[in-house]
Design a protein around this ligand. Structure first.
Ligand code: ARG
Length: 458
């Protein structure tokens, strides 16, 4: 195909060079944004008298036809075209001849591509927001159903203090709430139109950048023309929000992997969301969770690609920036795919309440409460802590749990012990009397749930 810059060049581009330069294999997915951007641009050119209204209308109508032909499959991408922008313009010119050649007046592919990515990411990141909200709803539902499901809470993966599954899952819900905030925030900062920056220096034509921005639902224009074509902060912000969200999904996946092991048996994944082994007949593997954990590294890689690609670039546009698309597309595709699958997987998993409860009965997870008992009877916490530690040691040496130690024995450690100690260190009490804000008591969990239910309603 003859290049648009053939006038300046004496020989044709080599095929290898064209292939190397080409981005249409991955930027073709922005065809709709490219066409809508061109329609907004042509409308403005007509309104400002930069091209005639007749030409503007013909261009707009034909772009509309190209869009619907692409969507219906009547028109296919020409992978010989260097990028989606060249393809659409060439197709337009093929259909309406010289009038089509007027479209690129006071525009460059530099501001065009910057516009396309912003439009594309605005939609894609909104999809992500919806998917995160859906996952949040599943967590809310699970928490609602497990307000009385007692389980051991861990630190250092050692049984620490009793909690409820509801409270544990709500921790993830709040991570997702922050993810939502980060994505919404990135979209807000990205939502300014770079069109009219042209190649880098703006233009001598009497363009109306605000008009274009408004018609494409931007909050305004990028105020500096060099910044308009060279800024990819929005890709970084979205890739970083995606990385953090993936990290959250990965931590949750890791817990699910442990919880469905024979060692824990806290949950069971639905068959439809598990896989077997080609050799070991007994296996039921949490592949989905492992893949989510694995794909997290890939999204971090996308963020690193973007950061590294940008770090040494002088102003304004450089072709290095063509590398932004595969990375940011991959980051969002991966996150969206993981959200799509983790959602029904969690929704269908079975919770083994009994095993969670049994695990909570072991490991002296009421030892803090034993100390707190003495504190409430007047002892200083440090002393109470020490005495409780000695009692735990005594239990371990004698194969006992705190609930089975006789009152006489307790009294050997402190005269403050009385028969109400058994009530005090009872697992249910230890869990549900934690009434401080954010804790596992029913009221504390309800308060968190109420807050989150408002978030997903918005
Ligand atoms: N395909 C290019 C990209 O993705 C479009 C912009 C090309 N601009 C240029 N001056 N070569 O960045």
């Amino acid at each position: 195909m003859a290049k648009m810059w053939a006038g300046r060049f004496q020989s044709e581009e080599k095929k290898e060079v064209n292939d190397f330069n080409s981005s249409i294999s991955f930027d073709s997915r922005m065809y709709k944004e490219d066409i809508l951007g061109s329609i907004a641009h042509a409308t403005m050119l007509g309104a400002k008298g930069i091209i005639s209204l007749d030409d503007s209308h013909l261009i707009i109508d034909t772009l509309g036809e190209i869009l619907s032909d692409l969507e219906s499959g009547k028109l296919e991408f020409d992978y010989e075209a260097e990028d989606i922008h060249m393809f659409v313009e060439a197709e337009l010119t093929k259909r309406i001849g010289d009038v089509g050649k007027r479209l690129h007046t006071s525009r460059s592919r530099n501001d065009q591509v910057a516009l396309d990515i912003r439009l594309y990411l605005r939609n894609k990141a909104s999809e992500t927001i919806n998917k995160i909200t859906d996952l949040l709803k599943v967590l809310i539902k699970l928490a609602d159903n497990n307000k009385t499901t007692i389980m051991p809470g861990y630190t250092h993966l050692q049984r620490a203090q009793p909690i409820t599954l509801a409270n544990h899952l709500l921790a993830y819900a709040f991570m997702l709430e922050r993810d939502l905030g980060r994505f919404k925030d990135s979209i807000k900062r990205m939502n300014y139109s770079p069109l009219g920056s042209c190649a880098l220096a703006g233009t001598t034509y009497n363009i109306d950048r605000e008009m274009v921005a408004k018609s494409l639902d931007f909050a305004g224009i990028v105020k500096n023309s060099l910044d308009g074509v060279s800024d990819r902060d929005f890709c970084l912000e979205i890739a970083s929000s995606a990385s953090i969200a993936m990290m959250h999904l990965s931590r949750l996946s890791e817990e699910i992997i442990m919880w469905c092991s024979w060692e824990f048996k806290f949950i069971e994944l639905d068959d439809a969301y598990s896989t077997g082994s080609s050799i070991m007949p007994q296996k039921k593997n949490p592949d989905i969770c492992e893949l989510i954990r694995g794909k997290t590294g890939r999204v971090y890689g996308d963020l690193m690609t973007l950061l590294t690609m940008l770090k040494g670039l002088p102003l304004a546009y450089n072709k290095d920036m063509q590398e932004d698309k595969e990375a940011i597309f991959d980051a969002l595709d991966t996150l969206n795919m993981c959200l799509d699958i983790i959602n029904p997987m969690l929704d269908t998993m079975k919770v083994n309440k009994e095993n969670m409860y049994k695990a909570a009965q072991k490991g002296f997870i009421n030892a803090t409460d034993l100390a707190d008992y003495l504190v409430k009877k007047g002892m200083a916490f440090r002393n109470a802590y020490k005495i409780s530690g000695s009692i735990v040691y005594y239990c371990i040496s004698n194969d006992l749990v705190l609930e089975n130690v006789s009152l006489d024995k307790y009294k050997e450690y402190s005269e403050l012990f009385d028969k109400d100690v058994y009530e005090y260190i009872n697992l249910e009490n230890c869990t549900f009397k934690r009434t401080s804000k954010g804790a596992s008591s029913i009221d504390s969990v309800n308060e968190q749930l109420e807050y989150l239910k408002e978030i997903v309603k918005e």
